[in-house]
Ligand binder design. Sequence first.
Ligand code: SF4
Length: 339
Amino acid sequence: MQRSTNLIGLNIDEITDLLISAGFNGSYGNKISRWIYRKQVKSLNEINDIPKRIVNEIIALNGDILSDIAFKRFPGADGSVRYLFTNAEGQNYESIFMDNGKRKTLCVSTQAGCRMGCKFCMTGSIGFRGNLSAGRIVEQLLAIPERKLVNRIVLMGMGEPFDNYDEVTKALDIFTADWGAALGKSNITLSTVGILNGLERFLKELKCNLAISLHSPFPDERAQLLPSEHKNPINDMVALLKRYPIGKPLRLSFEYVALGGVNLSHEHAKAIAELLKGLKYHINIIPWNEHSAANYSQPTSEELNNFTRLLNQYGVLWTIRQSKGNEVGAACGQMAGKN
Ligand code: SF4
């Protein structure tokens, strides 16, 4: 099925240009983008402050919003909901809505599959099936029933955001702009393995919080877990982070998947503190979730307690991220686009 010029994913300038090329007044662009991204209507027919003939003409030319996306909904007992999207291009990808009281977070995908091949990750094991356009990224928010509740977005679903830099940053503009969804930049976090040229661009533009996948402070060991380390050394990343510091209200964090018997030793805690000295950051520890595509062990509570005690000793701030959505295959590292 050929995708029409669905308005989702267009920025205000593009919507304005579209109106002008259809022979209408471009000043309606601001209203239309607010109806789509801020009021989050499911159909353009809900617009009531623009002449109906203009709305009808836009629908005739471009189709209605959300007209070519399908999804399945998998609710979990812990309040999380996994969404499996299938778009008109035939790509499958996932989002997870997580309800933590006041924090209502949506974790979105930036690619269908991923080519980074991280050894502990289910998504990495299925390979790369294509980039998602800005529209397909933003649509993951606009399509779901909880869309108006969401107050946080994390780009931590399928894919490496810096491997799809332009579409991801366009989506970030739509999420944060006044004419867009108007979410605060500090309520959005992009997670990356750290592709160096993307990281440098991002640090200059700073569109949201940044989380870098660390997983080991030792380059050799990190390369075994994240093959991207070979071309994008963690030491070079740290040098960039020092050159372009992230200031308040935005935050820098490091993701650390806790693998039983692998990366939770005294040497690891000490090396983390040394590697990241001089940066303002905290570490998000993510206990590994078992799945069929990788052969690691979940950390014991004793290992985790010991590791966090050592981090305290070295002055490293940390939190342990509770994995949500485990039972519906939506926990960190489990996304595989499966039914
Ligand atoms: S952890 Fe992220 S970057 Fe690595 S393979 Fe999985 S989805 Fe890709």
